[in-house]
Design a protein around this ligand. Structure first.
Ligand SMILES: C[S@@+](CC[C@H](N)C(=O)[O-])C[C@H]1O[C@@H](n2cnc3c(N)ncnc32)[C@H](O)[C@@H]1O
Length: 229
């Protein structure tokens, strides 16, 4: 099994339905905060189930949701098929979008599952699809010093605030015995220092900087903003 196969199934990553809802609600409100105007065309790449995509779509002209997992795309089409501002795309279909047509591309919590070569080729694609005034926001990037323990602490703090602490503890135990932990040990997760991440973005034709805060619940992870240079 690889990371792509892993995500094409129901995973134990979310401790409960409440965890999943609060996670996607927070991510959606963070994405809404990045939308430059009601006319904007937005791509959420590696979007997962994007449970609140309708809220994001209400704040822009068009929202493209793209995910590699066919199961995830089927669920997105089921949930948002009747929303005429939302289009669900496979990763290959993103290359069919007109060049220079996107105002905002958000990539949240995906990089850790990509090799550096995969990232470089995606950066080329995203750079081509962004308007000159557009922004690429890559979030939830894991720095080299963030261990599974730090991730667990961030989850427990989110769970405490969100009222799902009990299920979060059980979820962490489940994860410890799951394919996720096995894959994390065998294939590993890609981790980047701030310096390396900025350099990779610059090499791909972006001016880049780290944002003050990360999207989502984990402040130990990093968000980067790239603009076509
Ligand atoms: C951790 S989830 C993140 C989902 C969502 N962005 C969020 O913030 O919760 C990673 C998602 O990336 C998708 N994915 C993995 N590899 C991908 C790739 N190469 N291209 C597009 N999506 C990919 C997976 O199917 C999964 O839904």
């Amino acid at each position: 099994m690889n990371w792509r196969d892993y995500w094409n199934q129901d995973t134990p990553i979310y401790a409960s339905e409440r965890h999943k809802l609060l996670h996607y609600r927070l991510v959606a409100s963070d994405i809404i905060g990045l939308i430059p105007s009601g006319e904007a065309v937005v791509l959420d790449y590696g979007c997962g189930e994007a449970l609140f995509a309708d809220r994001i779509a209400a704040k822009c002209a068009r929202l493209y949701l793209s995910d590699a997992a066919p199961l995830v795309r089927d669920r997105l089409r089921e949930r948002f098929g009747s929303n005429d501002r939302i289009t669900v795309l496979g990763p290959d279909e993103v290359s069919g979008l007109p060049d220079g047509s996107l105002d905002l591309i958000v990539v949240n919590s995906l990089l850790q599952y990509l090799s550096r070569d995969e990232l470089r080729s995606l950066l080329k694609l995203w750079r081509a699809k962004l308007r000159g005034s557009g922004q690429l926001v890559i979030a939830d990037v894991i720095p080299p010093d963030v261990s599974p323990l730090k991730d667990a602490r961030a989850l427990l703090s989110f769970a405490w605030q969100g009222g799902f602490l009990g299920s979060a503890v059980l979820g962490l135990i489940r994860t410890a015995f799951s394919d996720y932990r096995k894959l994390r040990e065998t294939i590993g997760l890609s981790q980047y220092s701030e310096k390396e991440k900025v350099e990779i973005l610059q090499d791909a034709g972006f001016s880049a900087e780290r944002a003050e805060r990360n999207l989502g619940h984990n402040p130990a992870r990093m968000t980067f903003v790239g603009r076509p240079a």
